[in-house]
Write a protein that binds this ligand. Sequence first.
Ligand code: GLU
Length: 493
Amino acid sequence: MTVRTRVAPSPTGDPHVGTAYVALINLCFARKHGGQFILRVEDTDRTRSTQQSEGAILESLRWLGMSWDEGPDIGGPHGPYRQSERGESYQEHVAQLLAQGNAFKCFCTAERLEEMRVAQRAAHQPPHYDGHCLTLTAQEVTEKEIAGIPSVVRLKVPSEGACVFDDVLRGRIEIEWKTVDMQVLLKSDGFPTYHLANVVDDHMMEITHVIRGEEWISSAPKHLLLYRYFGWNPPQLCHLPLLRNPDKSKLSKRKNPTSILYYREQGYPAEALLHFLGSLIDARNDDQALIGHGHSTRERTRLLLEYFSAHCELERISVGGPVFDIPKLRWLSGQWIRRQAPSEFLQSLDEWGYAWPRAISPQQREHVARIAMERIEVLSDFGPLVEFLAEAPDVSRHDMALEKLSEAQVHAGLQGAIEALVPLDGASWNQAAIGEALKKSAASMGFTLKDVVRAFYIAVTGKPTSLPLFDGMEILGKEESLRRFEIALERLH
Ligand code: GLU
């Protein structure tokens, strides 16, 4: 048997990190077993599905380094891979179910269904179809059809017993049939619902393992019933734990950004996000050992995927619910950024769309990159960190207040710094010479550079921490650095 897995996103919004997580497991599991991984677009919800969303989902997964063996963009032997293009197949299968008596037409109006729901709510019953049209005779059905009354097709569900199935992660699961709704399979617009399309396609596409989020467990009985009615062997089911917020609630936009686009826009390298998703699947990966292989993003993501595939074992996934821990993701991001050579980092910035301020000349950029990449976690930290190189900060007297030194001492410190810097000639204006001069001048006043450096930082960069100060001053140049010390001094008057 060739293992065939799939990810089946619905293109109804921004590409979700949960989709990437599910895609990654499916991809790695297929690779581990020498199988195939399929991407199928489940766009049966015609009002909510958009091409733009589909494009963004595919593009995001590609950005993360993932690829698929069959999909809407590359085709394959089981296409089309977009459900909106597979309508005929669903119609045929529904006709088969109707002919076998495993499904029935339902003519209930929206008003009737609403009344039914209200009554069920009042009686504290879970919402479910009450079987009103289940007993219509063939003649009644024909009459209603001739009268042009719109209908849907619903699944017939056993009234007794339970659906028992094995989940790869969770073992035996038992769900009583009486809790399973008579699911709509075909809507009145002729489009299938998720349940029908999903089962028909998984079978037609020869999917052997359905690995998906745990929110689909309660749908499994409907799906297994369909397999039984069609006389097909069901695939193995594996319901993954949902990603969680740190408070263990379901990952939601309200508490954490969930769109892959967000992380890309913030400047998380693709390899960092991929690495992070891989660590959610298997927390036993050695993060340090994983960081730093490969000379380009493409090579790095490929090596990570290779590693995750080789180590992919569904049984090792903890059902506890992996926490989407942003501090860890930021940490990984910083680690991956620091593994780049400065020239590569410059290229990442460029690809990410960073626009250099004109004041930082192309010759200075590598120096700026080299020192800045040590101090950022995501690419969007870069701009704020280096902006002082382009624009003098607006400092206040208050900003320069220090814990250990009086205002008079700060004043003397700045004055002393200026006096120590002025004699440096242009050629020796480099970070080592600047550092030396500032240290000496502080010592001559009876305090250490450490005591006063915060005020220097404020004067030059506007912030208490920033790029290494001496490097910053080297890049700014002598004239501009001195000007900033002088402005700071004036503000103290
Ligand atoms: N279209 C479903 C989703 O968006 C797929 C669920 C499944 O994998 O069966 O999650």
